[in-house]
Design a protein around this ligand. Sequence first.
Ligand SMILES: [Mn+2]
Length: 324
Amino acid sequence: MFKTAWQAIKEAKDIVLVSHIIPDCDTLGCSLALYGILQKEGKNVFLFNATENLPKKLRFMPYFNEIHSYLPSKFDMVIVCDCANFDRTGLNIEVIKKRAFVINIDHHLTNSNFGDINLVVSPNSSASMVVYEMLKQNNIKFTPEAASCLYIGTIDDTGFFAYGTMNASTFFDMGELVNFGADPVLISKQLKQSVPLARFRLREYAAKSFDLLRNGMVGLLFIWQEDLKRTGAKREDTEDIINLIRDIVSVEMAVMILEEEDGSFKISLRSKNYLDVSKIALKFGGGGHFGAAGFESSMMHAEDIAKMILNEFDKGMKEYGTKK
Ligand SMILES: [Mn+2]
C-alpha cells in the first residue's frame, strides 16, 4: 500500500497538499512534512487550506507561511491529510477527481475511503505517523523540518502521549524523529507554554459556566459568540477547553456546543473510558475517534442538540452496561 502510493506520487508532477478546514497540528504536520520532502523530490508542490484565517498559534510550524486558501491553476495530484471525509477539505470532490488523482492519508476510524488510493491506518496515533510510515517504507530521507512536523502532529493528536491510539512502536518512531532533528523541548514550549491571555480568560469562563449532569458523568458547556467577544478569545482558543472538562474525575463524556459566527453550532465530544463518541457524532453526520469526535448543526437550537446528545449518552451507557 505504501509502495503503491509512493509510486503514484513519483509519477505525478504538480501536487496539491490539502489539510482540513480549521487545521490542527496533525493535518498540518502531515501536509507540511510532505511539502518539504516532495519539493526535494523535484515535485511542483502547493499547500492548500480552505480556512481564511489560519490559527495563529501554529505559525511556528515549518512552511506555515506557504499555505494558500486558493488552488493553483495546474495540478494532477491531490494528497488529502487527516480528513475523515472529503467535505473536511472545503473542496468539491467531483470537481477535484475530474482533474487529479486523489491520495487519502488518514487515521480516523470513520474515514469514508474517498481517495483513488487510501492510506487509512486506524487505529493509529496520527495521520502524521501514516506519513512517517510511508516515507520509511520507501527509504526517503527525513529532514529536520519534516521530522519536526510529524512529531508535532503526533504529540498533539495523542494529547502528549495520553490516548489509546498509540502502541510501543509510537514511542520508538518518535525517538527516530528526534534523531532526525525534532526538538521535544522546543516543541513542548511552542505548544504548551504559549497560552494567550484571552484563551486563559475563556478557560475561566468555562470553569464557571459548565454543567455537570448524569451524576457528574456528563460535563456540558455552551460557548456563545458573546463569550468570545467578552473575553477577546478567538474560535481557535476554544479547542482545548473541552479537554479541561473531560479531565474532571467523574466525567465520562464532555460536550462543548460552540455558536459559530453564522449562528450554526459546532459540537465537540470527548469520552474517557467506555463510551465511543465517534458513534454519536456519526449519527449527526460527523465523525472522529472513540474518545474524540464532533459534528456541525445549523438546523437545531443548542438546547435541543444537548438533549439529543444526552439521549445518545444514555443509550450508549445502557449498551455498555449490557456488554459488561
Ligand atoms: Mn489527526
